[in-house]
Structure formats: C-alpha cells, structure tokens
Design a protein around this ligand. Sequence first.
Ligand code: MLT
Length: 404
Amino acid sequence: MVKVNDNYLKLPGSYLFSTVGRKQREYQAAHPEKSVIRLSIGDVTQPLAPVIIDTLHKAVDEMGNAETFKGYAPDLGYEFLRKAISDNDFKARGCAIEADEIFVSDGAKCDCGNIQEIFSLDNRIAVCDPVYPVYVDSNVMAGRAGDYNTITETFSNVIYMPCTEANGFAPEIPSETPDMIYLCFPNNPTGATITKARLQEWVDYANKVGAVILYDAAYEAYISEDNIPHSIYECEGAKTCAIELRSFSKNAGFTGVRLGYTVIPKELKVGEVSLHSLWARRHGTKYNGAPYIIQKAGEAVYSEEGKKQLKAQVAYYMNNAHYIFDNLKAAGYQVSGGVNAPYIWLKTPGNMTSWEFFDYLLENANVVGTPGSGFGPSGEHYFRLTAFGSYENTVEAIRRIKAL
Ligand code: MLT
C-alpha cells in the first residue's frame, strides 16, 4: 500500500501566511462592514512600472509572430537576462559573478525551498530565530529537521540562532557546527542588517568548517546605508562557500509576475563535487524555465528607465516604513527595522503574546500584521508590519493603532 511522506506530518499547523490570511478572511466574513487593512504578508501593492508594462506588451507581441515566437526557455535562463544580472547586480559591485553562474527561476521562495534537495539528509541546518518559515519547513518536508517539540516549538535537528534585542537581532556563530547556514539580510522578519565585516566573519567561518551559506538577499534593494553588503560575494572567499538567492518580487513588484534567480559559483565544491553541476542537473530535470515574456520584463528592470522607475517604487515603500517606524516610536512602541528593509519589527505592548496582539489589532483596529512567534520561538512578544501597503492605507492603519 502506498505510503505518504510522513515528514509532512511533523509540520505544526499550516504555513504562517496561510494561517494569517485565513484568520483575516474569517474576520472579514463575520464583519463585512469593516474595512480591514492588511500589513501582514510582504506583498507589493503598487502597479508594475511603465517600462515593465511596455516590455511585457512587446514580448507578448513577439510570441504572436512566427519569426520571434519562443517555445521552451533555456532551463537555466535566457543569456540576455543572466548577463544583465551579472553586470548590474554583481560586476557593478565588484563581485566576479559570471552569467553562467546564475540560474533564473520563477521566484526565490521556490529556490529557497528547493535548494536543500542537492544536500544530504545528514546535514544539520542552522537558521536565525525568528526566520522566514520556508527554510525550516522545506527541511522538515525533506526529513532533515528531526522531530518537533511542542513545548520549545523547535525541531530537534535544527540549530536555532536567536536574534534578539540583546544581540541587535543579529545571529551569533553557533556553538554546534552546522553544515548548511541560512542567512537573510536585510532580514525578514526583523528588518535588521549585517555589516560587511560581520558577514565576512560568517564567510570565514563557513570556509573553515566546510559549511555552505544559503544567503537570501531578496530585500537588497532596500539597503540605504553604506556599510551594508548588497551581496555576500562582496566578501572575500564567499565563492567557495555561498549560494545567493535573489528575487524580483520586492525590488520590481513581481510578486504576481514571478521571477528570481540563484547564484552558484563554479568554485563552490563539496569535495570534488560541484554544487553548480548538481543544481544545473536538478533544474534541467525538474524545471522548464521562467517564461520568455517574464524574463524580458526582468531584463527591463536593468534598463536606465527601469532603474529610475524602480528606485522611485522602493522609495515609496521606504517612505511608508519611515512613517510606521516614526509614528509607532512616538506613540511609545519599541520598534526596529525599517531603515534598510521594508519590515518594522515591534515589541507587543503589555507583554501580550504575538497572537494575542494579532487578534487585538484585528478586532480593535481592523489591521492585520504578522505575529512574530510565527517566525520562531524568539519572535514571541514581537510583531511584524510591512511597508508594502499603499501610503493611504499605511497612514490609516497607523492612525487606528495610535487611537487604541
Ligand atoms: C513575507 O511576508 O515574509 C514574504 O512576502 C514572503 C515571501 O516573500 O514569500
């Protein structure tokens, strides 16, 4: 008789953002007269930039013409996009990442979830706590995380690196040695960042112990300060220990369009085995490439017009971030993040648990955020608000929170 992958049964509850979405829908169904403002999932609200729309239209027309029609995309991505990425995201920052070290995909979430497949189940993962849930959940599904402890709300085989107020929400090198280290900077959910010197320490450590860093740089476009690295490859030696995951969702508003990429340098080897070759094999077997139309839109992100229009879009969201941060701080909330990231991380008032505060805000202010405990045990008593709402909704949400 067929058996299921019972690792799935170890997952506690449903995916965090599904639970948040369900609670919002239930509340709205029970109170149809209320206007609920969603500052929970990091989903963009501004329309695609004009240059992206023009490019999409042209690419659609190409698909209707026999001379320019495209079938399957190359499974590692079109050369035009990989070259634009290599030139703009890496070489322009002094990182020697070549076009053929870039694997284009339909988004960083899928890549974050899938990348663990090329590693042995014997590896131990280390994650920040709190953390973007995909890293842990995908390792649970694979059978690498061990068993769930309902008291500590942790998995037995995962090394948790607490990111708390005491350490400025920055992980410290763990006492147990991990094999795979997930880092995300600017950080989701805390909005914290890492300096180049601190990131260099992680790179040196990974090279020393033979670990691989899975570096999620999805929020790179939100960096406003100078000493914050945009890519892990700005650090010496990162090409022999790091994989970087990038997204077009947050810098170009592609959450509904879907485009991302993963960088695996050719020098990154485990013994004699090239991780680049393994991922190429996996991509070739299980993936047919992001659509041509979308990859053309991705190329437009790097045009002069694209850069200008998207800088304005990022500035729009960061204006929201500053608005939330400044107003909640003035109202007496303890807040962090929001300077190099579109997330504000706040301490729940009156020692409420994260879910108590979620319910309290939903019922009394009709504002939806994300409970910090959903990202891990060290997120308890914290709450995340996103700056990706419209300016009007952001102002109204903060007005309602301040009026509580
Ligand atoms: C979040 O809200 O944490 C993100 O939107 C999730 C994602 O990018 O998948």
